[in-house]
Design a protein around this ligand. Structure first.
Ligand SMILES: Nc1ncnc2c1ncn2[C@@H]1O[C@H](COP(=O)(O)OP(=O)(O)OP(=O)(O)O)[C@@H](O)[C@H]1O
Length: 594
């Protein structure tokens, strides 16, 4: 992406603030003119003092001159302060507004993306966060630079250069001749840093996602006493980052030295040439200071050129990643138009195959009929493809081949929000948002009253426990135990009250008493709804109207519990293993003693 393309991309975000921009530009022009007052005043002062000295005048005759100069410089400083304030304020205002617009756009965009986008390695949460933060930061810095540095400084330089040329062609030429040399060196510097910058970007992303992973795995790390090992891993990342940072600094210092040398050559040449012109009586002595100050106005922005380049390169490096996020059109969830009045939940899958974007073939030639109003169990060993199948039924992913219909209509024809409003899910581990218990349950129905919340919590066997907490429904939900959090998810489901329900090992993290209570309440919610349940728990499977047994992404067997049991196949194997793991013989023996 070129800098020009970046500016084009930024246009729509900057456009709403065009009034502020025009005002900032006007101030810039005004600032460029006032910046030349000092050289004029200095030349005027030197020449006037010189002629006074020639006439042997003293302080009495020079008083008027001093007052005049003081007033001019004083007024100029006041005007200049106002201009600088206006420029900075409007520049910042535009930057802050554009920054929040860009960040908001990124959030709005990623919310429309499908799950494949989020499971991509480049978009893991730490990396995605860094890409967005860095992108917004460097793009807005670019805008800030443009209004606060580039425009004012270059306007100053241009006006100063024009004045130098009008004073003397050769003096102007020296100032002008320095520019391409300076530009060339800055280009070389930028080129040399380009590779390191990309590396730096990657290393920073790794470092921040490494830290996030560290925090997420702290319990495992501590329980295995792997602090030293993890510390060393982070140290390695830190060392690599430090190496790149040092290389960047080394290169910058070396090039800065060369540029400063070139600039000083320019100053010396201008002094020699102007001194020659003064001695040749082509100019007054004040011209020496006049030209040096003007040259300073020309070289000031060039001195900043490298920093501006740096930040532009930052913008180039990071904005590419940022705009990639905004431009991921193929990640936008494709929604159909059909808005069903009510859904029954009759799913028909014919010859459905699916592979994840990373190439993992998770489902092969699946033929399934999920009957409305019934409970269908999905059984299979870990990695068999059960969760993947549910992902397809909810429309999180689309099948690569085969047909998938719901109530006779292809699933892809449904309006996704309408479809998902009719579906409820309880997973093995459900996300609990930062906030109170009430806020978390209310996620199931945003306009639910306190009574609705309490009714749902009662159905999920959670109400009594909530009432025992000091701040009851206002307690921080993330402080609850795993089992209680699970019941929040179930309460959400009761509140949402959808006709189709997917349960992916809903009681896996609950204790035996809670499992029984939840089973009872889930049994209640199952009535007259279509339920698909994944479970390793025999009690849940036994209750199902039909069961599909999956093995390595395929349907191995299908039937009722009895039919499958008698088949002596995969289901029987899993069933027997489950029974053995429960130590059923001893349990029965114990129960028999009662
Ligand atoms: N987001 C993903 N990207 C790539 N591959 C995935 C993704 N999710 C799952 N897989 C792979 O797809 C296959 C099926 O996984 P899936 O989670 O559907 O199995 P499962 O039967 O639900 O297992 P479990 O009982 O352990 O939850 C596995 O090989 C898994 O590694």
């Amino acid at each position: 992406m070129s800098i020009w393309q970046i500016f084009q991309r930024l246009q729509p975000y900057v456009k709403p603030y065009y009034r502020q921009i025009i005002f900032a530009l006007f101030l810039t022009l005004l600032g460029a003119i006032t910046a030349q007052v000092n050289p004029w005043v200095l030349r005027y002062t030197v020449d006037s003092v010189q002629s006074m000295l020639d006439k042997q005048w003293g302080i009495i005759q020079g008083k008027e001159l001093l007052v005049r100069i003081s007033v001019i410089l004083f007024l100029k400083e006041i005007v200049n302060s106002l201009i600088v304030f206006g420029q900075r304020y409007f520049g910042e205002k535009i930057r802050i507004k554009v920054s929040s617009d860009l960040a908001q756009e990124a959030v709005s965009r990623i919310l429309t993306y499908n799950l494949a986008f989020f499971s991509d390695n480049d978009n893991q949460k730490g990396k995605l966060q860094t890409r967005i933060d860095r992108g917004v930061e460097s793009l807005t810095k670019l805008i800030q630079n443009f209004f606060i540095d580039i425009l004012p400084l270059f306007a100053n330089a241009l006006v100063a250069l024009v004045i130098m040329f009008s004073a003397n062609f050769y003096v102007g030429s020296i100032a002008l001749a320095i520019l391409p040399i300076y530009f060339w060196i800055s280009f070389k510097q930028a080129g040399e840093l380009q590779g390191v910058r990309r590396k730096l970007k990657r290393q920073r992303e790794n470092k921040s996602s490494g830290l996030i992973n560290l925090i997420e795995s702290i319990i495992v790390i501590k329980s295995f006493v792997r602090e030293k090992f993890e510390g060393e891993k982070q140290y390695q990342t830190q060392m690599e980052l430090m190496e790149s940072q040092l290389k960047t600094r080394r290169t910058n210092f070396a090039y800065d030295g060369i540029k400063s040398f070139i600039e000083q050559i320019g100053v010396v040449l201008i002094i020699i040439l102007t001194a020659y012109l003064v001695l040749d009586q082509q100019m007054s002595i004040g011209a020496i200071m006049f030209h040096i100050l003007l040259f300073n106005n020309v070289s000031a922005p060039i001195r900043q050129l490298h920093r501006i380049y740096d930040e532009m390169n930052d913008a180039l490096t990071y904005s590419e990643g940022f705009f990639d996020i905004l431009d991921a059109d193929n990640a936008v969830e494709i929604s159909g138009k059909a808005v069903p009045l009510s859904l029954k939940g009759d799913y028909q899958l014919t010859n459905v195959s699916f592979a994840y974007p990373n190439g993992t073939k998770a489902l092969h030639n699946i033929d399934i009929n999920i009957k409305s109003g019934q409970t269908t169990a999905l059984v299979g060993l870990s990695g068999a493809g059960k969760s993947t199948l549910i992902n397809l039924l909810i429309g999180f992913y689309a099948p690569d081949s085969g047909t998938l219909t719901l109530d006779g209509l292809p699933l892809k024809d449904y309006d996704l929000p309408a479809l998902r409003n009719s579906i409820g899910m309880v997973l093995q581990k459900n996300h609990i948002f930062k906030g109170s218990i009430a806020e978390n349950i209310r996620y199931g129905k945003m306009d639910a009253t306190q009574e609705d919340l309490e009714a749902a919590a009662k159905q999920a066997y959670l109400h009594e426990q909530i009432m025992e907490l000091p701040t009851k429904y206002e307690t921080d939900a993330q402080m609850l135990s795993g089992g209680q959090q699970q019941r929040i998810a179930i309460a959400r489901l009761f509140l949402k009250n959808p006709p189709i329900i997917f349960l992916d090992e809903p009681t896996a993290s609950l204790d035996a008493i809670a499992t029984e209570q939840i089973k009872n309440s889930l049994d209640a919610i199952k009535k007259d709804r279509t339920v698909v349940i994944i479970s390793h728990s025999l009690s849940q499977i036994l209750d199902a109207d039909q069961t599909y047994v999956m093995k390595k992404g395929r349907i191995a067997e299908h039937g009722t519990h009895i039919e499958l049991y008698e088949k002596n196949g995969v289901y029987r194997e899993i069933f027997d293993a489950s029974a053995r793991s429960l130590n059923l013989d001893k349990m029965i023996e114990l129960i028999g003693k009662d």
